[in-house]
Structure formats: C-alpha cells, structure tokens
Write a new protein. Structure first.
Lengths: 116, 115
C-alpha cells in the first residue's frame, strides 16, 4: 500500500514553455502533499506544502507565480513550472501524506525536468 | 526549526563489511527521525523511522538505527552490506507535534559498496 506515482517521469521542453507534473496517491487519500526539488548530488529542498482544497504554502524563496501548485482532490496534486528556463532544470519529487497516524510521507519516483 | 547533519558525504566499504552512516540533528522540540534510501533517478524509500518507545529501530534490508537523545544522534547501521546497498542515504527529522509534519533532510551520504 501507500503508493505515489508521478507523471511524467522525464520531460524535456524548450525555454519559455510551461510544464505540468502530476502527483497521485494511488491507494490512499492524501490530505497533504509536498513538492521537493533536488539538484544533482544534493539533498531535497521543500518547495511547498499543499492541503486538499486550499492554497499551497510556499517555502521562503520559492516563487509562487513560477511554480503553480494545485491540490484539487485527495489523490491528485499538480506542479506547473511556468515559462521554464534552463535554471529550472532539476529533479522534482512529490510526497503524499494521509495525515494519520503521524503524517508519514510517501514519496513518488520523481520527474526529471530538462529545459533547453 | 530543525536541522540535520550527516557527517560523511561519501562512505566506501567492501562487500560484507559492516557500515555506520552518521546523523546528528538539532531541534528545540521533540522529533520524529527517519532514514531514507534513494537509488539513482528514483524517489525516496523509507528504511526505518523512530517515533517513540524503543531507541533501537529495525528497518528493511537489514538496517537498524539507534536514537540517542543525549547525543542528538540517529546513526544508521548494517552488519554486512551488499553491492545492492550502493545508494544515497538521507536522514530526516520532523517535529513530533503540530499539524503539518515538514521533513528536514540532511545532505545525504553516498554509500558505495565495492566487491
């Protein structure tokens, strides 16, 4: 149980285009979803936390207009990178939590974004 | 706020040797502690967690960790490693109270198991 999927697993786009990444909890209802960014050989940096039906809470330094997060249902959250540029190239990982018993986060397999 | 320090960025070991990956944390409140493993181009898999109770925690793949509150440490150990254990290992901490359990990660330790 507790499977989280991400789609696509890999995406290459041109500079200036927007890219949408989906995160789904397949076998549980996720009250909270988290989006992380990971640079090569570095740790995960939390970008934002989203609760179903509410606006996402962004971490300091993360541009909310650039990284649009939508958590429209208890099983789906999306991250849209708007007007992507090469510096947005990274590995994006989502996680989902059911809230009980202690808000354990289950991680998706990640999405590799390359902006040319 | 919490912080995590993983003292070793890389740990090379030979197959069947024991290994210890070190993790220290800082927090002004009670915490939950986690170890995750990440294989190349994949997400994170939970190895083990400490929530409360026994300070010695056993996880998957033969790993265990011991919570030491006085030393604010949560070191990960395995008595005999395999080639397949080669991966990046992350220690993480979250506050045990509140309604939003944000995870703070260490910078990771690359474990390389050589034949």
């Amino acid at each position: 149980g507790a499977v989280v999927s991400q789609h696509p697993s890999r995406v290459i786009c041109k500079s200036g285009t927007s890219v949408k990444i989906e995160c789904r909890s397949l076998d549980f209802q996720a009250t909270t979803m988290f989006w992380y960014r990971q640079f090569p050989k570095q740790s995960l940096m939390l970008m934002a936390t989203s609760n179903e039906g509410s606006k996402a809470t962004y971490e300091q330094g993360v541009e909310k207009d650039k990284f649009l997060i939508n958590h429209a249902s208890l099983t789906l959250s999306t991250l849209t990178v708007t007007s992507a540029h090469p510096e947005d190239s990274s590995f994006y990982i989502c996680s989902a939590s059911a809230g009980v018993p202690y808000n354990e986060q289950f991680f998706g397999p990640g999405t590799r974004l390359t902006v040319l | 706020a919490q912080s995590v320090t993983q003292l070793d960025s890389q740990v090379p070991v030979f197959e069947e040797a024991p290994v210890e990956l070190r993790c220290n944390y800082s927090s002004s409140v009670s915490v939950y502690l986690f170890w995750y493993v990440q294989y190349p181009n994949q997400g994170l898999q939970l190895l083990l967690k400490y929530l409360s109770g026994s300070t010695l925690v056993k996880g998957i793949n033969g790993f265990e960790a011991e919570f030491n509150k006085s030393q604010t440490s949560f070191h990960l150990r395995k008595p005999s490693v395999h080639i397949s254990d080669t991966a990046e290992y992350f220690c993480a901490v979250s506050a045990s109270g509140g309604s939003n359990y944000k995870l703070t990660f260490g910078k990771g330790t690359l474990l390389t198991v050589n034949p």
